[in-house]
Design a binder for this molecule. Structure first.
Ligand SMILES: [Zn+2]
Length: 351
C-alpha cells in the first residue's frame, strides 16, 4: 500500500482567511433546518448568493493522486469542503450535494468550480448517479441518453459507473463512505465507485473491475486505483451484525475489524459502578467494533488482480481529519450527525 496525494497548498492557504473568520462550531447543526420557514429560507438563500458573489472565493481544495496526474488523458480528484460558496455548514465551503440545507444555485456554482479545478478548460459533462448503497454499476456508452435533468440531478440509479467516452466526468458523492476511482492506463477507461459498508459487502469494487474486463478488455495489470478520503477504522464503529455479514463473505474479514475498548478513567478505577444485572457475556459494556473500509476496498482491488503498487490509499479519515490545522477539511455524515454537505470523487477521459 502506498500513501501519496498531492494537495494544492496555495489553494488551501487561500481559504484559510475565510475559514478563520468563522466562529461556527460543528454543533451548529442543531435544529436550524427544522426551524426555517419558507420565507426565511428564501431570504437566507438570497443573502448567501449575494454574499457568494461579493466574496472572493479561494480555489477548491482538491486531493489529487500522483499516479492519476501522470496520465495526460485522465482528469481525476477528490473534493474537500474547502473553497466553495456554501454557507449552510460553515462559510465558504464546497458542498457538492443537492442537500436540503443548501441552495441549488450555490451547489451548481460549487460543482462548476470543482470541475474547473479538476479538468481545466476541457469540456465535460458530469455524470453522477442516484446512489442507494447497493452494488449496481452503470456503463456509460457513447450514445448515452441524458445523464442529468435540467436542474442537474442524476438520472441513472447506481453506486458505480464506468466509461471510455471522452468528455464524460464520472462522479460519486460521499460524506464518510469510501470513494474509489480506477483508471485503465492502456485502454483509457475510468470507473468511479461509492463504497459504504453495504456497497463494500456487495463487492462493488471487485465486481466493478470484473465489469471493466468484460466490457473493455481491461487487464488488471494496466489498472491503477485510488481509495479516497472516507471514514477510517479509527472512527467507524459498527454493530456486531456488520462483522457477522463480512465474516460470511470474506475470508480476510477478521483483519478488517478491531475491538476498541472504552478507556474511561472513572470506569477503569471503579468498575463496580458499571456492573449490570445482566448475565455474564450479555453486558452492554463491551468493546466497540470498528471496521476498516479502506483496507476492505484495497483487498477487493488486489483480489481483482491489481498490483499492490498500483493501489493508492489516500488515508485521510473524514471523521478525525475532518478538522485539521484549524480548518474544516471534510464533511462527515457521522461526526456531524447527518447535518453535512457532500464531497465528490470524479474521473474522466479528456479528448
Ligand atoms: Zn478517524
Amino acid at each position: 500500500m502506498t500513501k501519496d496525494w498531492l494537495e494544492s497548498a496555495e489553494a488551501i492557504g487561500a481559504v484559510d482567511a475565510v475559514l478563520a473568520g468563522v466562529g461556527l462550531e460543528h454543533g451548529s447543526r442543531k435544529t436550524r433546518t427544522g426551524a426555517w420557514k419558507d420565507g426565511e429560507r428564501v431570504k437566507r438563500a438570497k443573502a448567501s448568493v449575494a454574499a457568494a458573489s461579493r466574496r472572493k472565493l479561494g480555489a477548491p481544495g482538491v486531493v489529487r493522486v500522483a499516479a492519476f496526474e501522470a496520465l495526460p488523458w485522465l482528469r481525476a480528484g477528490f473534493s474537500t469542503r474547502l473553497g466553495g460558496a456554501s454557507t449552510a455548514y460553515g462559510d465558504g465551503e464546497l458542498n457538492l450535494g443537492w442537500t436540503r440545507e443548501d441552495e441549488p444555485e450555490i451547489v451548481a456554482q460549487n460543482r462548476e468550480r470543482f470541475m474547473r479545478a479538476v479538468v481545466g478548460k476541457s469540456k465535460v459533462e458530469l455524470a453522477t448517479v442516484r446512489q442507494f448503497h447497493g452494488g449496481m454499476i452503470r456503463i456509460i456508452e457513447k450514445d448515452h441518453g441524458p445523464l442529468a435533468t435540467a436542474d442537474g440531478k442524476a438520472v441513472l440509479r447506481g453506486d458505480g459507473s464506468m466509461t471510455d467516452v471522452p468528455g464524460v466526468l464520472l462522479g460519486v458523492q460521499t460524506a464518510d463512505c469510501i470513494p474509489v476511482l480506477v483508471a485503465d492506463r492502456k485502454r483509457k477507461v475510468v470507473a468511479a465507485f461509492h463504497a459504504g459498508w453495504r456497497g463494500t459487502l456487495a463487492r462493488i469494487v471487485e465486481r466493478g473491475v470484473g465489469t471493466m474486463q468484460l466490457r473493455y478488455g481491461s487487464k488488471p495489470k494496466d489498472l491503477v486505483a485510488a481509495v479516497g478520503p472516507g471514514i477510517g477504522a479509527c472512527c467507524y464503529a459498527v454493530g456486531e451484525e456488520v462483522r457477522f455479514e463480512f465474516e460470511s463473505q470474506f475470508a480476510y474479514a477478521p483483519e478488517l475489524f478491531t475491538e476498541v475498548y472504552d478507556s474511561d478513567p472513572i470506569r477503569d478505577k471503579y468498575p463496580l459502578l458499571f456492573l449490570t444485572a445482566r448475565a455474564p457475556g450479555h453486558s452492554n459494556i463491551g468493546p466497540q467494533i470498528h471496521v476498516d473500509l479502506w483496507e476492505a476496498n484495497r483487498r477487493q482491488l488486489l483480489d481483482a488482480g491489481l498490483a499492490a503498487k498500483n493501489v493508492h490509499v489516500v488515508g485521510e479519515c473524514t471523521g478525525c481529519a475532518r478538522e485539521k490545522n484549524g480548518e474544516r477539511r471534510y464533511f462527515s455524515h457521522r461526526m456531524e450527525h447527518g447535518y453535512a454537505g457532500r464531497m465528490m470523487a470524479v474521473a474522466g477521459v479528456v479528448g
